[in-house]
Design a protein around this ligand. Structure first.
Ligand code: BGC
Length: 386
């Protein structure tokens, strides 16, 4: 691990040096079609460790930037129907902007994405207590050393590919969870305008694990407008209704006849403020949908279309669920890229995952990772236009 890391840092420093001589296409956000593949650049330090900015570019000039702090995706520059690129995710211009990052913008989430009720669960007869950060619940893995807030090791993919692998060792007892968990997440950008995310984890003690990616999308371009005019199709006949603390009740409810029926495309804003108990509890959409699937392989979770730009995002995954969150808690207190103020419903998230609070719901698909087993999942964000 060490030598590879040092080489990366050395390469990053060298690149930073040459960029300061020849101008930095990354820092200025100019199209980097001359740099098809991966570029690295020093991006400051966090917890005394160097942070590297990785720019993934494909042959169409489509560009995704990420960093080893929190595995955060800073930007995704995608073409509209005229071929013009715009950044379609919320974010910040600097590392400092992400520290802290209360809405988890762009970050990798773990050990346990979404909520664990009352910050507790019982496993193999032992009760574990987690730090609470969401009323009575633990949200997105805890408080201090959660996957969105730690420095990962980054390693570029070999063979000039536009990709990077992040690894992190989450120590036994971290944020109250058992076992030393080794996590590996790879981002790859291919020439089909797909951002492919591969997750892997192993442990030396049984532990819950639920990994996801918390990008906030606005296909019209980040910071420009709310997302109520986007049309979404969610491939789910059922969802997991929640109680007042946004904890699943255990029911798998049919979406048919409810404002959560997106089995045919519908504007996000069409019914978001309907007087339906689940929407009132979530202050809009903030629900886990049970993805329709045959078998364990990749399944389409959702397709989103933004009519003015023509951009389309398709999300497919091996996971059983997807949290559709419409940025209801964004309230204009976060100022992001280029001074853009992120207001209520200025973005949506499609967080592929296992169901919230699964450790307390034996009837849900299990999130328990056991020693000797390897957790693996894949999610693809595919961009196109119409
Ligand atoms: C949750 C929301 C939460 C947001 C930011 C989403 O995954 O479902 O309830 O506000 O993350 O923490």
């Amino acid at each position: 691990m060490m030598p590879r890391y040092s080489v990366t840092v050395f390469a990053a420093l060298l690149l930073g040096f040459s960029l300061s001589f020849f101008g930095s296409p990354v820092a200025q956000g100019a199209p980097s079609k001359h740099h098809h593949g991966l570029q690295t650049q020093p991006f400051g330090t966090q917890d005394g460790r160097p942070i590297t900015l990785y720019t993934l570019t494909n042959s169409h000039g489509v560009e995704v930037r990420t960093m080893n702090y929190g595995g955060i995706i800073l930007s995704m520059r995608m073409p509209n129907r005229k071929g013009q690129l715009a950044d379609v995710v919320l974010g910040h211009d600097t590392l400092e902007g992400y520290v802290p990052n209360p809405p988890y913008i762009g970050a990798l989430i773990g050990r346990y994405g979404n909520r664990i009720a009352n910050g507790t669960f019982t496993l193999d007869g032992k009760t574990y207590t987690l730090p609470k950060n969401d009323g009575p619940n633990t949200l997105h893995g805890g408080v201090k050393r959660t996957f969105d807030k730690v420095v990962w090791d980054g390693a570029p993919l070999k063979g000039g590919k536009a990709g990077v692998t992040f690894t992190y060792l989450s120590k036994d007892g971290e944020e109250g969870f058992p076992g030393n968990v080794k996590v590996k997440v790879t981002y790859t950008l291919n020439d089909e305008n797909e951002l492919v995310i591969d997750y892997e984890a192993t442990t030396d003690k049984a532990t819950p694990i639920n990994l996801t990616q918390h990008s906030y999308f606005n296909l019209a371009g980040e910071g420009t407008s709310d997302i109520l005019n986007h049309e979404i199709m969610i491939s789910a006949d059922r969802f997991t209704p929640v109680d007042k603390n946004l904890i699943p009740t255990g029911e798998l409810r049919a979406v048919k006849g409810t404002p959560l029926d997106f089995t045919t495309p519908m504007k996000i804003g069409a019914r978001i403020d309907d007087n339906y108990e689940q929407l009132l509890l979530g202050h809009g959409y903030d629900h886990n949908f049970v993805i329709n699937r045959q078998g364990d392989g990749m399944a389409l979770a959702a397709r989103v279309y933004e009519p003015t730009s023509g951009r389309v995002l398709e999300v497919s995954t091996t996971q059983p669920g997807v949290q559709f969150y419409t940025g209801n808690f964004l309230d204009g207190t976060v100022t992001g890229k280029q001074g853009h103020v992120y207001k209520r419903r200025y973005a949506f998230c499609l967080e592929t995952q296992h169901f919230p609070d699964s450790p307390n719901h034996p009837e849900f698909p299990s999130t328990i990772l056991k020693p000797g087993d390897t957790f693996q999942s894949k999610t693809i964000f595919k961009f196109s236009t119409r």
